[in-house]
Design a protein around this ligand. Structure first.
Ligand code: HEM
Length: 212
């Protein structure tokens, strides 16, 4: 099969993706040490690193929201039900039979309908919940415990549930990265910015559209 290459992931998008990945891994690792699941760095170091990563994560969120708006990349994250059935059929059956991907990616349509729903849930629900409950945790509990800690029970539990949802997302996301045209195709695309797509028009030349 012939492939064409297209430039889908700008420098900033790749920076955002990998920096966010590192920060989320750090937050998850230190968060579960704080939660008491294991002891590697020690509670106090974990709290310090978790706070530093949390502030970096929030700074990155502000910059990336600005970038999303200016570059109109937010359009990729708007949930849709168009071709949702085809995508579900692909993931539950077609993928195991070597059928082609239902989505042909473009700069403003790089995410399939299932990814749109999951990523929108992560970006506009789970991350904001982590940020709001994390700030409540920082300012209403430590160090003087100015209000009754029981009042924070909801925030603390929501933060922990959010953390488990982030872990579930990471597991599914890592599996999904292997479902491109080859096992490493999606990861390579997020490193180089270029994605290989089956050339449905069967054109002999490699077409590179560098849009950003
Ligand atoms: C991917 C995002 C995040 C994950 C997976 C995560 C995970 C966790 C977990 C599992 C805990 C332990 C909860 C407990 O045992 O009660 C925790 C604690 C905490 N998190 Fe996060 N968190 C994230 C983001 C944030 C953000 C954005 C902030 C700040 C705005 C934040 C601030 C805190 C604070 C202050 C604590 C309590 C630390 C302490 O005991 O002193 N977290 N986090």
């Amino acid at each position: 099969m012939k492939y064409k290459k297209q430039y889908l992931y700008s420098k900033f998008e790749r920076f955002w993706h990998w920096t966010q990945m590192l920060l989320v891994m750090l937050l998850t690792f230190t968060g579960f040490e704080i939660h008491g699941n294991f002891e590697i760095m020690g509670f106090e170091n974990s709290v310090r690193i978790h706070s530093a990563a949390a502030w970096s994560f929030m700074g990155l969120a502000v910059v990336s929201i600005f970038w999303m708006i200016v570059s109109k990349q937010y359009l990729n994250f708007i949930p849709t039900t168009t071709k949702l059935k085809e995508q579900l059929q692909y993931y539950t059956s077609g993928i195991f039979k070597g059928r082609p991907h239902p989505l042909h990616k473009t700069l403003y349509n790089k995410l399939n309908p299932l990814q749109r729903i999951v990523y929108a849930g992560l970006l506009i629900l789970i991350f904001p919940v982590q940020i709001i409950t994390g700030i409540a945790y920082m300012y209403y509990h430590y160090p003087e415990n100015p209000i009754d800690a029981d009042g924070l029970l909801l925030a603390v539990n929501a933060h922990t549930i959010g953390a488990f949802m982030v872990v579930a997302f990471i597991i599914v996301h890592v599996y999904m990265t292997t479902t491109g045209h080859s096992v490493s195709a999606n990861v390579k695309a997020m490193i180089s910015g270029y994605e290989k797509e089956p050339d449905t028009e069967n054109s002999p030349e490699e077409t590179i559209s560098k849009n950003q």
